[in-house]
Write a new protein. Structure first.
Length: 430
């Protein structure tokens, strides 16, 4: 055959057939790898309560779910937290660690029998097998098993009209190895997740008492310490996240929700938990619900102060939505309420604005006048920062009460009246 001539057609076909036979033979010897599957059973995925040495624990997660009456929805449904709990409790950071990885999950309310732990320091299975994708498959299996275990998460036996979030946090923190001995071990991962609306209506953090009496951080901390409700070893070294939920049934506006978040941020800071609270309803707040037998109890309502914009020329803003007790520093969430007030007043920077601070009758006349003046100045500073150029300030103290007889000899007589008296009034004129 001349050089450069194409191969004979019969020879080309023979070569193609031979190549096909070789590939078939190789495929038989080296079959295509099947996708990995997990051989973990649920008993292996989430084992029994760990009883070994705390020194061998490398990661521990505690998840607490509030099942008190205020968390339930109309029609006897409850938010479906199962996916969120599974994703948070067993993530890649935990699953890929060496050593013992422990998980505790509990539901709580204000009942004496809570928190009720559905999983109590359960051992999370180690990843088995080395095939590509095997660890991800085992992780998926662990999460699926956790979802099955949490099918009855709402329960009914533990639900009550009261919600004691701090009591649950203290109990949950006690499960963490770093809170039973020392918090100095930086190699351990300690995480505490709480799903709640934050509307505490019992114990030392009772929000009704907080707003009614105008309590401050020092008073709350002292009350919780004396009642024994505070976490015994604090929350130092623990990653704490309070996923605040928002229910339409509460009817809270953005300013009220922001104040609840500020409250929980302050509580966490008291015990070394950092800035722990998420904006209500904005993170890990499932829309899906599960059918359950709603508790046969009525929610004990928490009365969060609300701004009055009925008279758009003179807007009354509750001081407790703007400031913490005995403080003239605006809350982190105060800008939400002040921006709403600006819009309600017309939002024209050319307007003349007068800001007047008022207090209740608790405390001395001189102190109340000075505090109301500082608070009015703080609001005026905000208005000037956003563009208003003609802002005047006045501090009335207790000289112009909205209602009388809020306190008598320093003792609270009428809580609703006291809240009405604690206010900042913004007047807009053309």
């Amino acid at each position: 055959m001349p050089v450069g001539s194409p191969p004979h057609p019969r020879r080309r076909a023979t070569r193609i057939v031979a190549a096909g036979l070789v590939l078939t033979t190789l495929s038989a010897c080296f079959p295509e790898a099947e996708p990995p599957s997990s051989d973990l059973s649920c008993d292996e995925a989430l084992g029994a309560t760990y009883t070994g040495s705390d020194e061998d624990v490398s990661a521990e997660t505690v998840v607490l779910v509030d099942v008190s009456a205020s968390m339930w929805r109309e029609g006897g449904t409850f938010p479906d937290f199962s996916d969120d709990v599974s994703q948070l409790a067993v993530d890649e950071n935990v699953f890929g660690r060496e050593g013992e990885r422990l998980l505790s999950v509990a539901r709580f309310s204000g009942a004496e029998t809570t928190p009720e732990f559905l999983l109590d320091r359960a051992r999370i299975a180690e990843a088995v097998g080395t095939a590509e994708g095997q660890q991800a498959e085992d992780l998926r299996e662990v999460r699926d098993c956790l979802g099955e275990r949490l099918a009855d998460l709402p329960g009914t036996a533990t639900a009550s009209a009261d919600s004691d979030v701090l009591g649950a946090v203290a109990s949950g923190a006690g499960k963490l190895t770093g809170n039973t001995e020392s918090t100095d071990d930086n190699d351990r991962l300690r995480r505490l997740y709480v799903f709640t609306d934050g509307l505490v209506n019992t114990g030392c953090l009772d929000l009704n008492r907080y707003f009614d009496e105008g309590l401050g951080r020092d008073e709350i901390e002292a009350d919780c310490a004396s009642s024994g409700e505070a976490p015994e070893h604090g929350l130092d070294g623990v990653e704490v996240t309070v996923f605040l939920q928002n229910s339409p049934e509460h009817g809270f506006d953005r300013a009220q929700r922001g104040t609840v978040r500020d409250f929980w941020t302050e509580v966490c800071a008291m015990y070394g938990g950092g800035e722990c609270a998420t904006p209500p309803g904005e993170e890990r707040a499932p829309v899906e619900t599960v059918d359950a037998d709603a508790p046969d109890v009525e929610d004990t309502e928490v009365m969060v102060p609300k701004a009055d914009f009925a008279d758009r020329s003179e807007l009354e803003l509750p001081s407790q939505l703007l400031f913490a007790f005995d403080s003239a520093k605006l809350r982190d969430s105060a800008d939400t309420l002040l921006d709403e007030a600006i819009d309600a007043g017309g939002g024209e920077f050319e307007q003349d604005v007068n800001v007047t601070g008022h207090t209740d009758s608790k405390g001395s006349t001189e102190y109340n006048e000075e505090l109301s003046q500082r608070r009015a100045e703080a609001v005026a500073d905000y208005l000037e920062d956003v563009g208003f150029t003609d802002v005047t300030v006045d501090g009335k103290g207790e000289s112009e009460l909205a209602c009388a007889d809020d306190y008598e000899d320093g003792e609270l007589v009428d809580a609703e009246c006291a809240q009405r008296n604690r206010r900042v009034v913004i007047g807009f004129t053309e």
